[in-house]
Write a protein that binds this ligand. Sequence first.
Ligand code: PLP
Length: 376
Amino acid sequence: MTAPFLPFTRPAIDEETIAEVANVLRSGWITSGPKVQAFEAALSDYCGGRPVRAFNSGTATLEIALRLAGVGAGDTVITTPLTWVATANVILEVGATPILVDVDPVTRNIDLDAVEAATTPQTKAVIPVDLAGLPVDRDRLYGIAGKHGLRVIEDAAQAFGASWNGKPIGHSFGNNRDFVSFSFHANKNLTTSEGGALVLPADIDPGLCERLRLQGVRRFPDGGMDVDVLGGKFNLTDIAATIGLGQMKHLAAFTTRRRELARRYFDHIDPALGLEIPVADFSNSNWHMFQVLLPAGADRGKFIAAMKESGIGVGVHYPALHLFSLYRALGFKEGDFPHAERIGAATITLPLFPSMLDSDIDRVCAALTTSLSETA
Ligand SMILES: *Cc1c(COP(=O)(O)O)cnc(C)c1O
């Protein structure tokens, strides 16, 4: 008997959550309501009591954070080319200019020295990304942000459950002037199927955040309403929030299990294969992904096909975004960010999700050996 196909990720939704979703569906109130409020309260509690608002995607939280920070035409925002393209798209969406800087080849996160060097009077904000759940160095990040008066919008889409110096990502590491954005997309460590949440700084009005989330509508006790700002349609549903509430109960166990599985990869990947492995961090990272770089010369397409043939799904997260047509049209080109380009061209995401068995890791490691020998 052959083992079933192993995908690179799979959400873990328990039966209690499924039953609770069914209750919401039967309740007569299926859009934003009490479950969203309860989810926001649970998230706020997790983030040290900071105000948190739920959204229908992580992308929406980033875009609204930029608008709340007053970023628009004529402003620049610094971010990394090695991220899901959403991180940079939202900068264009609000009419600002993305300034990309290269990544650190070891952590694969944005190079903070390069951030400092790229800062100009036009720089309104910086969006660091905790790639694969490995947190960007918060001490250094906020040192630079403080020195240059930069607003930080943490794209922590992949870092829910991760921590910095023992405190969960979502807490403030920047004098409460920082935004933190989470995504609850199906592949993220905590999911609502689709969704996101924005942790707000102390100087931002949560009411304005709510209006930007939903058509700019302000409601009055007498039944009247007004619209004084252009808002979008970014609210989360109670159906989705119910999934999130069910997931919160397992967050700590999810992270623990992901760390165990990551450790097993470190112990079992054959060093002779020449794969470049990630930073071995077992206290901060939530191990959202375990990514290896294929050796120079290996054909990634053939490797992916060979892994699939062995019953193993792998992913690619991500090609360097400045080489996408939309960004090339803005003037970015090959050679601009050599580390991001090399990593983006060689990266492979191996299976890693909480319900994986130790024996699944061993299967992946065995398949790595055979697949690489076929594609070198
Ligand atoms: C998933 C992700 C996003 C976008 O989140 P969505 O919920 O899919 O909109 C943004 N940035 C990064 C780094 C992500 O991984």
